[in-house]
Design a protein around this ligand. Structure first.
Ligand code: SF4
Length: 109
């Protein structure tokens, strides 16, 4: 299953490792998570690996105000559980969405 991409310009910018690319991926994350949850749910099933709690995805575009640090300086979510937004629960849901190079999740190309 592939996610719809509105325009060629948008598709090109989505792949860019720039601030604009980060913003567009965040918007895509929100849009697909809200209006195409079936796509996100299916895509998440196909990712491999595990989260190793680097916390870098919590600082994309802006540092999440709910990102905390424990006594060992490890990141944690202050609202982990039911309040955690779908964007965070599902990150990264596909190869385009995955923008932290050291993320523990990987995707087949
Ligand atoms: S970037 Fe990947 S490994 Fe790091 S906290 Fe986010 S999901 Fe976990």
């Amino acid at each position: 299953m592939s996610a719809p991409v509105p325009t060629r310009w948008f598709a090109r910018k989505l792949e860019e490792r720039s601030f604009l690319g980060q913003v567009l991926r965040k918007l895509r994350r929100f849009w697909l998570g809200t209006f195409r949850p079936a796509y996100v749910e299916q895509a998440v099933k196909e990712r491999q690996g595990d989260c190793h709690r680097c916390g870098l995805c919590c600082e994309l575009v802006y540092k999440c105000p709910f990102l905390g640090r424990d006594s060992q300086n490890l990141p944690y979510c202050r609202i982990y559980g039911d309040l955690r937004p779908a964007n965070c629960r599902n990150y990264p849901f596909d190869a385009i969405d995955s923008e932290v190079d050291t993320c523990g999740y990987t995707f087949k190309k």
